[in-house]
Every structure is written in C-alpha cells, then in structure tokens.
Design a protein around this ligand. Structure first.
Ligand SMILES: [Mg+2]
Length: 396
C-alpha cells in the first residue's frame, strides 16, 4: 500500500463544547456535563478541570467540593446533531472519513497536499480553523501515516494544548521511546500487565520485538500495532458505515404506573427516537420488540419479525401496540418501557424486495422527510406521530 497521510480529528471536551455552542454565556466558565443515569461528570471545560473537578466524579460530590461549578445534564440528541455537522465538514475535505466515536474521526488526507498546495500539517491546521469558524467547535488533530500513530499524535496535541501535532514516521523512534505502552490506542489494563510482565514498558520496546514473538505471546493485533507504530498503514481509513446490530431505546417511566395511555406515550417516544436514528443511518429494521419492566424488576417482552423492514413511526406504532397488548396487565405497576429494533439492514437492500409497494413507500418517504426536516429546524421531538395525549411523561 502507498504511504498514507492520516489525521485523527478529536473534538475537545465535546459535550461541554456543544453546550457552550448553543449557550455562549457558558464560555470561559467551569462547566461540567453530567451523565443522565449515574449522575457523574462526563465532560469538563478547561476552567472546570483547573478548578479540580475530576472526570467520573459523582454529581453530589462535585457540587459539595466545587459549588461554583456549573452542572448540566447531558443532552445526547444535541451532541449527535453537532457530531453529524462535524463529520459532514470533514467530508468536505476528504471522502475517506471513518467515524470512530461521537467526537472522533479518522480522515485520510493522502493526495490533498497538492490540491490545497500546503503541507499536511498545515492542512490539518486549516481543517481545525475551518471547524472552529463554521461550527464553533474546538478540535485537536493528530497527523501521521497510520491510525495508531495519528491517534498517538492527537493525544500529544491535547497534552501539549497545541491543536495540531504530527508524527513523522521517519523520526518515530524518539517518539516511541517517550511513549508508555498504556498510552497506546487499544492497549487496556490487561494488555499493559501482559507487556509489563515481559519487560515491555515503552512503545519502542514493543516495536523492537519480533513478529513471531508478538504473535505467539499477545496475538495478531499486537503485531499489527507494531507495524502501525512503525508508520505502515495496516488498517486503512474506511468510510463504510457499519450498522449497529440493534437499536435499543429504553427509559424509566418516571413514576410507577399501570396507566396504558402513559405507557403508550412512552412507547411512541422510543419508536420515534429509533425510527429517526434508522433514517439517519439510511437503514430499516426487520424485527421489533416491546419491553415492559415492572416495579419489581420483572421483564416482559414480545417481538415480531416483519414481512417488510421499516423505519417509519406509523408502521412500527401499529405493530408495537399489538405487542404491548400481549404483555400489558392493568393490575401491574410498571417502572420502565422500551422498544428494540433488530435485524438492521441498509435501506438500499430493500430494492430487492419482490412485493415492494413503491407508491406507498414513496408516500412514506415523503412524510418521514417532512418530520425529519421539521425536527432539524425546530428541535428534536417537536412532532409526534400516531397516539398522542395532552399530558405525559417528560423526557430528556
Ligand atoms: Mg474528544
């Protein structure tokens, strides 16, 4: 494979950055985002870090120790939307963008040096400035010739707060001598212990081992890592979107209830969230399950294999309410509900469907597009489909 130039673009304090983007008054303040469930700190602004608020710290503890901190409950829909914008911006530079997580992506820059008439490190700075200018999102970028080195470079960019950091594979030895094994991408606690037991402490000591030794002692992944650390592109950037095996939307009802309307409302909320996600992925689901968890933590669930996969709320709603009838008992109090979408396939696969009702499907597509457009303009969950009632549970 020809030598590649790979960037790892990583958003800085992403959740906090999103909150500051929509509410600029929060800029320059000690802001923390708190996870929904555990109530722990999951993202901190520079000011919050300086104040001494720790990552993963429970909210009650952080508030007690740092009462001046600003604590905001995570809004994952907002983060997903802004992540989408960042990824779209990256695709303006290169078609080869591999979304690694909500706030990280690998971008293959190979060949763009000529197009932009600048060195790769300058191109990375240009991308960084453009994301800041157009989206008001701060990113750190690592550049090198393999994903493993690009990831290491981006960690250094964050560590030294320099925005962009490049590792030239020709001078990689010095960098590897300074890098501890546990700093490497994909090396967890178990592998660290394994390497330490064999006397391998730095990344340089890892690359000094023979392929056979690494294969035998650790496995193929370690050998691949060695070659990536030496600057070879073992794992290329792939823009292929991998579909999730399933989409699970479950949530507490907020109260113990046996009110069928209340439960249906919650089910509809899950359906809408799941269908919107399926459409974002350009996918459909072929198996729908509905789940109810009782006050005593007993779980009741029913599923249906669909004749024709779908990503439309009104179709899933009909199916789900029938499934709900099978598991619902008016004399039981429930604590949570959920809708699970399985057998997820790309929408294009449906073209092979023999009895596809094209007219109806194009109607469905137009209606779904309307809903998605309204939401992207006015915010998530501003529109509801199917069953509605005047008051119901309040969701995040
Ligand atoms: Mg990040």
């Amino acid at each position: 494979m020809t030598k590649r130039f790979i960037a790892l673009v990583d958003c800085d304090s992403f959740f906090v950055c999103c909150e500051q983007k929509v509410n600029p008054e929060l800029k320059g303040k000690p802001v923390c985002v708190i996870s929904n469930k555990e109530g722990c700190v999951v993202s901190r602004s520079k000011e919050a870090k300086k104040m001494g608020i720790r990552m993963g710290e429970p909210l009650f503890m952080a508030k007690k120790e740092h009462p001046k901190g600003i604590y905001i409950v995570a809004n994952h829909d907002l983060y997903a939307e802004i992540s989408h914008q960042v990824m779209a911006k990256l695709r303006e530079f290169s078609p080869l963008v591999e979304v690694y997580s909500i706030d990280e992506a690998f971008v293959d820059l190979t060949g763009l040096k000529r197009l932009y008439k600048m060195e790769y490190i300058d191109l990375a700075s240009h991308i960084r400035a453009k994301i800041k200018e157009d989206l008001d999102v701060n990113v750190s970028i690592g550049v090198s010739s393999s994903k493993t080195l690009a990831k290491l470079a981006s960690d250094k960019a964050k560590k030294f707060d320099c925005g962009v950091y490049a590792i030239n594979p020709r001078f990689v030895t010095e960098e590897l001598k300074k890098t501890q094994i546990e700093e490497l991408w994909g090396i967890g606690r178990n592998l660290t212990t394994l390497f330490h037991k064999s006397g391998i402490i730095t990344a340089y000591e890892l690359v000094s081992q023979s392929d056979t030794w690494l294969d035998k002692k650790v496995g193929i992944r370690a050998r691949e890592m060695k070659h990536e650390l030496l600057g070879e592109t073992v794992s290329p950037v792939s823009s292929e979107v991998k579909l999730p095996k399933s989409i699970q939307n479950t949530c507490a009802l907020g109260t113990f209830t046996s009110d069928i309307n209340f439960i249906k409302d919650a089910i509809n909320y899950h359906i809408h969230k799941g269908c919107a996600k399926l459409r974002r992925l350009r996918a459909k689901s072929g198996v729908i399950s509905v789940m109810l968890r009782t006050k005593d933590f007993k779980v009741f669930a029913e599923k249906k294999v669909l004749e024709k996969p779908t990503c439309y709320e009104w179709e899933v709603s009909d199916i789900s309410f029938k499934l709900l009838e099978k598991i619902y008992n008016p004399s039981i109090l429930y604590r949570s509900s959920g809708v699970i979408f399985d057998d997820i396939t790309f929408d294009s696969a449906e073209q092979l469907f023999l009895f596809s009702d094209t007219e109806e499907d194009s109607k469905n597509k137009r209606l779904a597009k309307c809903i998605d457009n309204i939401e992207s303009r006015f915010g998530k969950n501003v529109i509801k489909t199917g069953f509605t009632r005047s008051s119901g549970p309040v969701y995040d």
